[in-house]
Design a protein around this ligand. Structure first.
Ligand code: GDP
Length: 410
C-alpha cells in the first residue's frame, strides 16, 4: 500500500486560541522543532518585528504555515496540523474543519487566561467531541499565573483541568517545567531551545512538586479504580498507567490536561508535542459513521481497513500558485494516485491524478493515502463538504456522525 503510515502513529490535530495567545508562534515553533522550517522569525531580533520577519520569510518561500493542513513528524508519530480558523464563529467552514480533527491544543495566555474566544472554541470542541490539551503560553510575561488560569478553566469552562507540569521560575525568570509524571526538571537549551535537558528536580522545588504530583494523581484516580487502589495503598503507580488513565479521561472529554510554556522564549513546546502523541487519539481510536444512500441517519460504520472501499471528505479548498488544492480526510480504505472516485454530491467520476502531502515549505507527491490520513488532491471539481467514494451512490459524510472515543478506561 502506497505511503502508508501506521494508523496508530497518526494524530490529526488543530491548534485553537483566543487571538494573540500565541497560536502562530506555537505553530511556528512546532514546524521548527520538527525540522519543517529551518529559521525562526526572531533570528533578526527579539522585538515585535519577529512576526513580521517571519511573514516575510513566508512570502519569500511561498510557505503557508497556516495552510489548511501541514504534516510534521515527531519521533514515530505523524502529526497533521489542521488549520482551525482563528476568528471563531459558527460557520459551516469552521465546523467542517473541527470534524476532521481527532484532537486539539487549546492555547491560553498565562496572563489573559480564559478569554471570550476560549469559551467559544471550547464549546465547539465539546460539540464535535474533540478532546483537547491546554497549553498555557506566555509563562515569561509579567503577571503570568498558571494556577489562576487552571482555576478559570474549572470555573468558566467547567472542565476538569489537571496540571501535568509545574513551572520552574516565573515571568522573566521562567526557565523550564517540572514533568509531574516522570518527576524531572525539563530545560530547553540552545539558541532556540532545541535541546531538551532533563534533570533531577532542584531541591527547593521538590516538596511543591511532590504535592502537585499527588494532586494530579488524585484527579486522575477519579477516572480509574486501578489507580485509586494504588494510591490508597500508598504505592507508586507505574508511569504507563498514569498516561493510560490520562488518555482515557482526555479522550472521553472528561479531563483537560494542562501543559506550560513560552513559545516565544522557546520553552515547553517539545513536551507538548510528546503529550499530543501520548494523550490524543489516533484515527484508529475514533469511530466514524456515514449516511448510506437514501437514508437520513449515519448508520454506516466506516472501517479503517486500507483494503475497504475508499471514502474521503473534502473539508477545505485552497487556491495556491500550483493550482486548486482540495484537502481531504480519508475515512475508509485507500485513495490511490490515478484512481477514479465519485463525488457523492454531483455523481461525477473524477480522476485523482495528483495526491500531495503538504509540509510547511514544500509539497510531497505521494502514491496514495489510507484511512485516517489528510492529504490534498490537485485539480478536483469539489466543494467543501463533498464526500468522495469508489462507487456511486455509496455514502455521505456531510452530516457526519460525531465521533465517539473508543478508548476504554483502565
Ligand atoms: P495568535 O494571534 O494567537 O496567533 O498569537 P501570535 O503567535 O501572533 O502572538 C501574539 C503576540 O504575542 C506576538 O507579539 C508574539 O510575539 C507574542 N507571544 C507569543 N508567544 C509568546 C510568549 O510565550 N511570551 C511572550 N512574552 N510573548 C509571546
Amino acid at each position: 500500500m502506497p505511503n502508508a503510515e501506521p494508523l496508530k502513529n497518526i494524530r490529526n490535530i488543530g491548534i485553537s486560541a483566543h487571538i494573540d495567545s500565541g497560536k502562530t508562534t506555537l505553530s511556528e515553533r512546532i514546524l521548527y522543532y520538527t525540522g519543517r522550517i529551518h529559521r525562526l522569525g526572531e533570528v533578526h531580533g527579539d522585538g515585535p518585528g519577529a512576526t513580521m520577519d517571519y511573514m516575510e520569510l513566508e512570502r519569500e518561500r511561498g510557505i503557508t504555515i497556516t495552510s489548511a493542513a501541514t504534516t510534521v513528524r515527531w519521533g514515530e508519530a505523524v502529526i497533521n496540523l489542521i488549520d482551525t480558523p482563528g476568528h471563531v464563529d459558527f460557520t459551516i467552514e469552521v465546523e467542517r474543519s473541527l470534524r476532521v480533527l481527532d484532537g486539539a491544543i487549546l492555547v491560553l495566555c498565562a496572563v489573559g487566561g480564559v478569554q471570550a474566544q476560549s469559551l467559544t472554541i471550547d464549546r465547539q470542541m465539546r460539540r464535535y467531541h474533540v478532546p483537547r490539551l491546554a497549553f498555557i503560553n506566555k509563562m515569561d510575561r509579567v503577571g503570568a499565573d498558571p494556577f489562576r488560569v487552571v482555576q478559570q478553566m474549572k470555573d468558566r469552562l467547567d472542565c476538569d483541568a489537571v496540571l501535568m507540569q509545574l513551572p520552574i521560575g516565573r515571568e522573566a525568570d521562567f526557565r523550564g517545567v517540572i514533568d509531574l509524571v516522570t518527576m524531572e526538571a525539563v530545560y530547553f537549551d540552545g539558541p532556540h531551545g532545541e535541546h531538551v535537558r532533563r534533570e533531577p528536580i532542584p531541591a527547593e522545588l521538590l516538596e511543591s512538586a511532590r504535592q502537585a504530583r499527588q494532586q494530579m494523581l488524585e484527579s486522575l484516580a477519579m477516572y480509574s479504580d486501578e489507580l485509586l487502589e494504588i494510591l490508597l495503598a500508598e504505592e507508586e503507580p507505574p508511569q504507563d498507567l498514569i498516561w493510560r488513565v490520562a488518555k482515557a479521561a482526555t479522550c472521553s472529554l472528561q479531563m483537560t490536561p494542562v501543559f506550560l510554556g513560552s513559545a516565544f522564549k522557546n520553552k515547553g513546546v517539545q513536551p507538548l508535542l510528546d503529550a499530543v502523541v501520548r494523550l490524543l487519539p489516533s484515527p484508529l481510536e475514533v469511530e466514524v459513521r456515514a449516511i448510506p444512500p437514501g437514508e437520513e441517519s449515519p448508520s454506516m460504520l466506516l472501517s479503517a481497513d486500507p483494503a475497504a472501499p475508499a471514502v474521503a471528505m473534502a473539508f477545505k479548498l485552497v487556491e495556491d500558485p500550483f493550482g486548486a488544492l482540495t484537502f481531504l480526510r480519508v475515512y475508509q480504505g485507500t485513495l490511490t494516485k490515478g484512481g477514479y472516485y465519485y463525488n457523492q454530491r454531483t455523481g461525477k467520476r473524477e480522476r485523482f491524478g495528483r495526491i500531495v502531502r503538504m509540509h510547511a515549505d514544500k509539497r510531497e507527491d505521494i502514491d496514495g493515502a489510507t484511512a485516517g490520513d489528510i492529504v490534498a488532491v490537485v485539480g478536483l471539481d469539489a466543494a467543501s463538504g463533498d464526500t468522495y467514494a469508489e462507487s456511486y451512490p455509496a455514502c455521505t459524510l456531510e452530516r457526519m456522525y460525531i465521533p465517539e472515543p473508543v478508548i476504554k478506561m483502565s
